[in-house]
Design a protein around this ligand. Sequence first.
Ligand code: CO
Length: 159
Amino acid sequence: MAKKIIETDLIKKYPEAILRVRSAEVEKVGHLEKVLFKQMVEIMKVYKGVGLAAPQIGISRRLIVVDAGEGPVFLANPRITKATGTQVLEEGCLSVPGAFVEVCRKSEVTVTGINNKGKFVEIKAEGFFARALQHEIDHLEGKLIIDYMTFDDKIKFGI
Ligand code: CO
């Protein structure tokens, strides 16, 4: 029953306004943020996603979770401090069901932030992991994969 509620109601979907605003900085990773991180990773697992950003569940704060296959990485206030190379690959998004968009991303990124233990961390990522981090950080800026669509794709998708 709980799963049913999650699947029908919890994930915010385009064109909901919260997906289009810049999320607020997190002052610190305290008890509430740790609870949110835990909830986010559980929701991500239910949907078999590789990442989730807080605005996708209606919380306009700079919190993301990414699991590119080696366990979840939790980041508050993630910031890309270095980015090199480019890679193009098709992406989907739980908030934009039915859309698959070729997105050109940086192939290697260094991202800083605060983890779920409240510690400052610096993460070096490449390939798919780097892509997933960039996708979730986009969410915190109110940016969605549809923004990378070509004009023709937008017409096909009906936007
Ligand atoms: Co997404």
